[in-house]
Write a protein that binds this ligand. Structure first.
Ligand code: TYM
Length: 331
């Protein structure tokens, strides 16, 4: 049977948040049985901001461990490091020549990141979505599981692929984003109108996958809600409570209606405690596995080396086809 192909990745910038987990990683785990999955560490994308080289190395290894600790089976998925497969950057250059400045100028993440890093608006930050398009198109991915914030990049990827196909004939599959209705945008705990982000300056705004149970309890206890004291889903007027309900709903596999009924007549105190305990219960085995995996970095590297070999075979086939189509001479 021909399985559909999935590709996705996460940047190696520090510990992941509950947003990364619920919006992306958790869905990846669900997909591993049914699809041919390629999951990479987007280390090249991480270079668009300034990193300490030692920290980047450490974060890359930690992220591999987190992928596996979250439930990705290295036997069933191709797990690899983006920079180990040169086809990504090779294809990216070609796709740059089929992407317009105007398109890149419209990317909200570029505007957002350049305002946050005003002293370092490098051209990598600008062409970042083209490298992401290359990541996806090099595998002819059918589906790309991401959170809501990456959807605009996916649309651009589709536009680039369609443009290339219409110029040179069927070359790339047109990928679809895969997001779930609940969880595609987990919001900050202190500012529930903005997404929970790894780069948030306020530690109380984000739950890290490596937070201790006490930290998690403290952060949920202090999470911003409203004065109604009634657990009811309404993103517009109750963004804080609705966000907590989304988190609880994904972890406990409950609908918003079920959660409203479960906490009827109870105040926010009891609800927040239940959310915190659900998160702790989910993260505890993940953290144990993560710490265990980090004790054996050679094993993690072996998994990635094997993954890169398999990824390279697939990506090189697509790259060769693209070279031929645009008229590059292949030896
Ligand atoms: P990154 O590293 O910023 O985020 C990784 C994944 O986590 C999702 N995410 C969220 N989902 C729900 N709620 C949130 N608060 C939240 N915050 C983050 C993101 O949508 C993403 O799915 N450019 C990408 C990495 C990348 C990539 C790719 C992804 C590089 N190449 C190819 C897919 C395909 C990024 O910076 O994600």
């Amino acid at each position: 049977m021909n399985k559909k192909t999935i590709l996705s990745g996460i940047q190696a910038t520090g510990s992941l948040t509950l947003g990364n987990y619920l919006g992306a990683l958790n869905n990846w785990v669900e997909m591993q049985e049914e699809y041919d999955c390629y999951y990479m560490i987007a280390d090249l994308h991480t270079l668009t901001i300034r990193n300490n080289p030692e920290t980047l190395k450490e974060n890359t290894l930690k992220l591999i461990a987190l992928y596996i600790a979250s439930g990705l089976n290295p036997e069933k998925n191709t797990i690899f490091i983006q920079s180990h497969v040169p086809a990504h950057t090779q294809l990216s250059w070609i796709l740059n020549c089929y992407t317009y400045m105007g398109e890149l100028n419209r990317m909200t993440q570029f505007k957002d990141k350049s305002s946050k890093h005003a002293d370092n608006i490098n051209s990598g930050l600008f062409t970042y979505p083209v490298l992401m398009a290359a990541d996806i198109l090099a595998y002819n991915a059918d589906l790309v599981p991401v959170g809501d914030d990456q959807k605009q990049h996916l649309e651009l990827t589709r536009d680039i692929a369609e443009r290339f196909n219409s110029l040179y004939g069927e070359t790339f599959k047109i990928p679809e984003p895969y997001t779930k209705k609940v969880g595609a945008r987990i919001m900050g705990l202190q500012n529930p109108t903005a997404k929970m982000s790894k780069s948030s300056q306020d530690p109380m705004d984000k739950i890290l996958l490596t937070d201790s149970p006490d930290e998690i309890r403290k952060k949920f206890k202090k999470a911003v809600t409203d004065s109604e004291n009634c657990v009811r889903f309404d993103r517009e007027s109750k963004p804080g409570v609705s966000n907590l309900m989304s988190i609880y709903g994904i972890i406990k596999n409950k609908t918003m209606d079920e959660i409203e009924k479960q906490f009827e007549g109870q105040g926010y105190g009891a609800f927040k405690t239940a959310v915190a305990e659900a998160v702790i219960e989910r993260l505890e085995p993940l953290q144990n596995k993560y710490n265990e995996l980090l004790e054996n970095p050679d094993k993690l590297m072996a998994i990635c080396n094997k993954g890169a070999k398999k990824a390279e075979e697939k990506a090189n086939r697509v790259l060769k086809d693209v070279y031929k189509k645009v008229g590059l001479v292949i030896e």
